[in-house]
Design a protein around this ligand. Structure first.
Ligand code: GLV
Length: 317
């Protein structure tokens, strides 16, 4: 591709799920040396240097022949990696924490507190107007297993430990987090599940983790355990979860993500008394920190320096 007709300033194309124009405006303010556009028709597709956005329609990237980097407005880039229209040589960047870790910690706490303070059981009792105290459980006696110790998972595990829970964390590579027993490897995963009253899944969705939370693995959780899934729905076998909830092996589940979103109306999850559902809101992308990360990374790229949070395509995150 020649450079004829190329704009003097590099061009950043924005495609945010939120069509208010606030992302384009914020990025234009943060990047005065970059031309920020909202639709490829505003410039020849071949002049677009950078993309920032989330889940553009199929084929969107195909005409963007001069693309030099793709900035995902999210932490989980599995959908980007599955796209045939996005060339593998184009660097793909995910958001690091960007304000999501604190929200995710709140969401995990919601699940852990609900388990610790018997919320599902008390809700069931309320429906029967039944007044009956259940034995209390201390935070130290509440064991939480966190799967995935990346920028978000590590903060969640550390935050739960600071609050006094007994926390174990599992990840592909070994981590070290204050107050958290960090492990890796298949056997360690089994052992962690066997001592997790609440399992919090924050793993990235990769070929290795899709379908990971199957009947055999979930069955290792102690009787009465709760599953919190807040990363991607394709990692959890919903039929296995329902079977284990119905048999009484698991006491409850708090689910934010689903293999198909929005969760179809006919899904049995909607009406299951032991399932709490939220519509993929556990940790939403915040404009200010996300724009700051993109600005810093783009500046590094323009200055020929290395960027942070570049996705390793072979690892899948
Ligand atoms: C949301 O799901 C994200 O990956 O940021």
């Amino acid at each position: 591709m020649g450079n004829e007709g190329r704009a003097a300033r590099p061009v950043l194309l924005v495609h945010a799920a939120d069509a208010s124009g606030r992302w384009q405006e914020a990025l234009a303010t943060a990047l005065p040396d970059v031309e920020v556009i909202a639709a490829p028709s505003e410039a020849a597709a071949g002049t677009v240097d950078f993309f920032a956005g989330w889940n553009p329609p199929a084929g969107f990237f195909a005409p963007l022949s001069a693309l030099r980097a793709v900035f995902a407005l999210g932490a989980g880039v599995d959908a980007f990696l599955r796209r045939p229209d996005l060339a593998a040589h184009v660097p793909l960047l995910k958001l690091g924490d960007a304000g999501m870790a604190a929200q995710m910690l709140e969401y995990a706490l919601l699940g852990v507190l609900a388990w610790q303070r018997h919320l599902p059981a008390y809700s069931a009792q309320q429906s029967r107007a039944e007044w009956r105290a259940l034995p209390p459980t201390s935070r130290a006696d509440t064991r939480v297993g966190v799967l995935g110790l990346g920028a978000i998972g590590a903060e969640v595990a550390a935050g739960l430990a600071r609050f006094g829970y007994t926390v174990g964390g599992w990840s592909r590579s070994v981590h070290s987090i204050d107050g958290v027993r960090c492990v890796s490897g298949a056997e360690a995963l089994h052992a962690l599940l066997e001592r997790s009253d609440v399992l919090v899944n924050l793993l990235p969705s990769t070929p290795r983790t899709r379908g990971l939370l199957d009947h055999a693995l979930l069955g290792r959780l102690p009787r009465g355990a709760c599953v919190v899934n807040a990363s991607r729905g394709d990692q959890l076998d919903v039929d296995a979860l329902l079977e284990l909830l119905d048999s009484g092996h698991l006491s409850s589940a708090q689910l934010d993500v689903f293999a198909t979103e929005p969760l179809p109306r006919h899904s049995p999850l909607w009406r299951h008394p032991k399932v709490r559902i939220t519509p993929h809101v556990a940790a939403i992308t915040l404009l200010e920190p996300a724009v700051a990360q993109i600005r810093d990374n783009l500046q590094c790229l323009l200055d020929g320096q290395s960027m942070s949070n570049v996705v390793d395509r072979a690892r899948g995150y």
